[in-house]
Every structure is written in C-alpha cells, then in structure tokens.
Design a protein around this ligand. Structure first.
Ligand SMILES: Nc1ncnc2c1ncn2[C@@H]1O[C@H](COP(=O)(O)OP(=O)(O)OP(=O)(O)O)[C@@H](O)[C@H]1O
Length: 233
C-alpha cells in the first residue's frame, strides 16, 4: 500500500431540513511516509475528510484510494477488512475497552485479525514497550493517566504496522508536556516505520512538528504546503 488519493470528494449532511456541506470537491494526494496535518476552523471538514479516507464514512461523490484499494467501492465486509489491515485510528477520546487491560486492548485488534494467541501476546508487549508503557501492560484504562491511555490507543493503532495512521485531535485531552511526547512518538514511528500520518488538529504544537500543512475552510482545501512556511505567514 502506498499513497492516499482523494478525487473530487463531496459529502453532504441533511439536518433539520437543511443541507450542510461536509466536503466540497476535495482533491488530495498524500504519498507514502508523509507526515501531514489537517487544520482549519471548527466545522471546516477535517473529521469528515479523515472519516472518508479511513472508510468510516462513505462520500456522496468522488473516490478514495488507499494504495490500490478504492475504499468507496468496497462492500461493508471488505471495507472492514481493508480498515483492519491497513489503517490505524487514533481519536481524541481514546476509545479503549474499559474492562480490558492495556495489553488486552492491543491484543483485541490482532484477535479480530485472526492472529494466534501466543503471537498476540508477544507483539502487544513489544508495541507497548515501544510506546513507553513497559510495566503498565496489566493496567486497565481507568487506572492510567490520559497520556498513558492515549499511548495504549497509539499502540493499538500501530500494532499491525498499518501503512497509514489517521489521528483526529489526538492531543486535545493532553497537557502540553504529554502532547509533545505523543507527537515525538508519532514522528519516531513515521521515521522508523515509514508509516504515513494524517493528523487533524487545532494544536499549533502539533502543526509545528508536521512537515506538510493542509488548511480547510467550509469543506474545501484552501492552503497546502510546507508546515514551517505556512505557520510563518
Ligand atoms: N453527522 C453529521 N450530521 C450533520 N452534520 C454534520 C455531521 N458530521 C459533520 N457535520 C457537519 O459537517 C461540517 C464539517 O464537520 P467536521 O466535523 O468534519 O469539521 P471539523 O473541521 O472536524 O470540526 P472540529 O474542528 O470542530 O472537529 C460541519 O458543518 C458539521 O456540523
């Protein structure tokens, strides 16, 4: 799997008899290994775009290609399979399963992928170490800090070495220090494993650490360029 291509993506929402534009003819190409930030005011379409790229929602018009897979052409079973094997998701709300330990939360993804139990356990431990959670494998989410829970969510997202990680406001609930650590982890994973990252955020510190910044307004891409240049404007 290599690049992500969005072609003329449109998404509309009907609410209370009104049509709300989510995405308005979005064209976007993200190459393998890029580290991209989606920014823009609230309601500009960042989450809608991430959901379309990740196959969590279907666009009304246009195409989404992740590598050579046309996500919007798949039936729901094939789409779930493509997501499970190719894309990692990190959300603002960590979306961990409260009754499972950190290790079990990470193992859960591999269980769905049909990996044997012994391989799951070893891999979950390895990934939890990689994100800095050695020794906390048996803790449940309620017994971990927000930053630690977000690291479990990252471990779960990367355990299958997806080619693409989509993160929606991943630092929103984290203090400054923890947010910077999380971003450093993303940068390291991007560099070491060539995982493509697309991160939607309002957080200037996050933007500053990405290489490419895409600004959205009213469901359209209005700026796209090197983060350092756009942030200096
Ligand atoms: N399920 C939905 N039903 C109705 N309208 C929706 C729905 N999802 C998104 N929208 C609308 O689509 C537009 C884009 O929303 P989106 O959540 O993608 O923006 P965003 O840039 O991610 O905002 P934020 O920064 O606040 O998360 C907004 O006007 C929003 O109200």
């Amino acid at each position: 799997m290599s690049r992500v291509i969005c072609k003329q993506l449109c998404k509309r929402f009907e609410q209370g008899g009104q049509t709300i534009i989510g995405l308005d003819h979005v064209d976007l190409t993200v190459e393998k290994g890029e580290f991209v930030c989606l920014s823009g005011p609230s309601g500009s379409g960042k989450t809608t775009l991430l959901n379309a790229i990740g196959g969590l929602d279907t666009p009304d018009e246009g195409d989404v290609l992740v590598g050579d897979i046309a996500l919007n052409k798949l039936d729901s079973a094939a789409l779930a399979d493509a997501r499970l094997n190719n894309i990692g998701f990190v959300f603002q709300a960590y979306n961990l399963i409260p009754v499972l330990s950190a290790r079990e939360n990470v193992e859960f993804v591999m269980q769905m992928q049909g990996k044997p139990a012994h391989a799951r356990r070893a891999l979950a431990e390895q990934v939890l170490h990689e994100v800095g959670l050695a020794g906390l494998e048996d803790r449940r989410p309620a017994d971990m800090s927000g930053g630690q829970q977000q690291r479990v969510a990252v471990a779960r997202a990367i355990v299958s070495r997806p080619a693409l990680v989509l993160a929606d406001e991943p630092t929103a609930n984290l203090d400054s220090h923890t947010a910077v650590h999380l971003m450093e982890l993303f940068v390291r994973l991007n560099q070491q494993h060539q995982i493509t990252f697309i991160i939607a955020t309002h957080d200037q510190r996050v933007m500053a650490l990405t290489r490419r910044l895409i600004r959205m307004v009213d469901g359209r891409i209005v700026q796209d360029g090197p983060s350092a240049e756009l942030l200096a404007q």
